[in-house]
Write a protein of this length. Structure first.
Ligand SMILES: Nc1ncnc2c1ncn2[C@@H]1O[C@H](COP(=O)(O)OP(=O)(O)OP(=O)(O)O)[C@@H](O)[C@H]1O
Ligand SMILES: CCCCCCCCCCCCC/C=C/[C@@H](O)[C@H](CO)NC(=O)CCCCC
Ligand SMILES: [Ca+2]
Length: 572
């Protein structure tokens, strides 16, 4: 469609092709001046009249005018990614008939070209997440945009933990295109468990079976960040900003995401998308839970306390390496929007279908040919053992735990930090805050993997693994010094339908100590740590983890190139 359009007193030539809407100023002597071009995919909505939406909706009725709303990118200043804002332009037409044609064609264009745009969303708001502003953030920033885009939302403000997960597992979800969580990583994790669980239920698949070929989830998940830690939002969008996230949801962006299943004794324990960490990161979480009243600062406090406690733990790690020809955690690349490695993985993971909306996770195709003989065994004493399906970039660590990890390549990165001098470990931690390579240290190794097994003790004797490494001399010496002592956890796990109740009693720290089991004044430091699984403490230390490539899809597109930080070579 093409016609003259007016913006104020200036005349423009408006053109709508299949993919873009552009308007060019017609200057003196019919000279074409400046063209502004908006991809149809970025159009948020079209309204008759001269309309404004934010901060409050206002409309001036006029039968020859229409307003186009679209995504506008602005630099985020202090944060590093691009912020998305609502751009708007008000046009006047020579006649009402022409105005109606423009609005009809523009609306039809984005409906045709953007099939993943949601029309109905189920929204869960955690009113207590982060700074307890979830409700206000949703009502003032996200809801007006959804209304403008014509999305109907069923909103549930949660009254208890796990309400969102249970709703997704049990209630009728007919007609919803996606689920939005307003909260932090904990709230996202609830929704993730609900969506994955529901999909497997409907497919008749058993999640407790560690080698099950899980079904990819048809419902998209959107995150409106309103938590203390919004790592998943940051790592998949590049900024923590409710308006940016709402706009990604509206235009139906679709970012596949790898998910790691965690099993213990053939029972599903949890799913993870960001950090599964034993040792330092487990201890930081356990320590921070006791200081919840500190808010987000609790992690800094806990990090310092745990660092000073100078702990390391024995463990046996088995891992199944991913194909090194496809990518490497040390290749200094970054997974950005439109990532090649992830796109090639889609073809590898789902060879039978190029239709991303009806994908069935072909886990067997990832694992064909994997035998027990392909597993690698490593035993020793570790400061931390971490597995992450994505970079885990977050404001604390702009490049993340594993800067070259991919969101959707069907692999995770296993990071082993051996027992080391405390200052060396501090250097490792500190490098996360800059672009220095945290893997370029003699006591750190990183492997791209498809699965891992971890045991806190070396009780098992298996001869099926092809590589057995000796513990480092430091680890061997430390191990001799320290006697094995089981943590006095009493676990009572009872299953009630989909709900798992855990009660755990922790041993009190020995008397006459500083109270944080520091390893200096406290005589008995614990000999096992706990697993931090996306911010939740797992009740088991011995676990089996498998990465399920592209199991869920988020309303996101990965970090957009241009403003993204690149891993550097500079050294501390
Ligand atoms: N109404 C509620 N009352 C209590 N807890 C809730 C409620 N709704 C959700 N939750 C739980 O609160 C936990 C934390 O929520 P969320 O992630 O939104 O905030 P957060 O401040 O970032 O928390 P965290 O720092 O623990 O990630 C989630 O695990 C979720 O299960
Ligand atoms: C001397 C400076 C030291 C600085 C060290 C910085 C290291 C930062 C690594 C960042 C890793 C973030 C991993 C994300 C984990 C989330 O799934 C989880 C849930 O929100 N958060 C935590 O467990 C919260 C746990 C946070 C641990 C720090
Ligand atoms: Ca991955």
């Amino acid at each position: 469609m093409e016609s003259s359009l007016w913006l104020g007193n200036s005349r423009y030539r408006g053109v709508l092709t299949g993919w873009t809407f552009n308007w060019t100023r017609i200057g003196n002597k019919n000279r074409h001046d400046k063209t502004i071009s908006v991809p149809v995919a970025d159009v948020v909505g079209v309204e008759e009249g001269r309309v404004s939406v934010l901060p409050h909706k206002s409309a001036e009725d006029s039968d020859k005018d229409f307003t186009v709303f679209y995504v506008k990118r602005v630099s985020s200043g202090s944060s590093r990614g691009l912020l998305w804002r609502l751009g708007q332009t008000q046009f006047s037409c020579p006649s009402r008939v022409l105005r109606d044609q423009w609005t009809k064609h523009l609306r039809a264009a984005f409906k045709t070209h953007c099939p993943l745009r949601p029309s109905r969303l189920l929204v869960f708001i955690n009113p207590l997440g982060g700074k307890k502003k979830g409700r206000h953030i949703y009502d003032s920033l996200a809801a007006p945009l959804f209304e403008l885009a014509g999305i109907s939302c069923h909103v549930i403000v949660t009254e208890r933990a796990n309400q969102a997960r249970d709703h997704l597992l049990k209630k009728d979800l007919t007609g919803f295109n996606g689920v939005v969580c307003v909260g932090g990583d904990g709230m996202f994790s609830e929704v993730l468990h609900g969506v994955i669980g529901r999909t497997q239920q409907e497919a008749g698949l058993c999640e407790n079976e560690p080698s099950a070929v899980l079904q990819a989830c048809p419902l998209h998940i959107g995150i409106i960040p309103a938590g203390s830690t919004d790592c998943v939002c940051f790592a998949t969008i590049g900024v923590i900003d409710p308006v940016t996230s709402a706009l990604h949801i509206i235009i139906g962006d679709s970012q596949p995401l790898d998910v790691c299943s965690v099993h213990h004794s053939s029972t599903l324990v949890r799913y993870s998308v960001s950090l599964l960490g034993y040792g330092f990161f487990g201890d930081v979480l356990a320590q921070s839970e006791r200081k919840r009243w500190m808010g987000p600062l609790r992690y800094d406090y806990a990090g310092m306390v745990v660092y000073l406690s100078n702990r390391s733990y024995p463990g046996v790690v088995h891992f199944l390496p991913a194909d090194p020809m496809l990518s490497s955690p040390r290749d200094k690349t970054r997974c950005l929007s439109g990532c090649d490695v992830c796109s090639r993985s889609t073809e590898r993971l789902f060879p039978q279908s190029s239709d991303s909306s009806s994908l069935c996770s072909s886990y067997l195709s990832q694992n064909s040919g994997d035998s027990e003989g392909d597993w690698v065994r490593v035993e020793g004493r570790f400061r931390c053992v971490s597995l992450t399906c994505m970079s885990c970039s977050c404001p604390k660590s702009p490049l993340g735990l594993s800067p070259s990890a991919h969101l959707a390549d069907g692999t995770g990165d296993l990071i082993l930090v051996w027992d080391s001098h405390p200052l060396g470990f501090l250097k490792y931690l500190y490098r996360h805050t800059s672009s220095q390579d945290q893997f370029d240290l003699p006591f750190v190794e990183v492997h791209r993997v498809k699965a891992i097994r971890f045991s806190a003790s070396s009780g098992e004797e298996e001869d099926v693994y092809k590589e057995v490494r000796e513990p480092s001399p430091a680890a061997a010496a430390a191990e001799e010094e320290e006697e094995e002592e089981k943590r006095g956890y009493e676990e009572d796990i009872s299953r009630n339908g989909s709900q798992q109740h855990l009660t755990r009693k922790r041993p009190q720290p020995p008397k006459a100590t500083c109270g944080v089991l520091c390893g200096v004044c406290c005589s008995k430091a614990p000999t096992t740590s706990v697993w931090n699984c996306d911010g939740e403490i797992l009740p088991f230390t011995d676990i089996l983890c498998r990465i399920h490539g592209q199991l869920v899809r988020l309303y996101a597109r990965g970090i957009e190139a241009g403003t993204a930080v690149q891993p550097g070579n500079d050294q501390m």
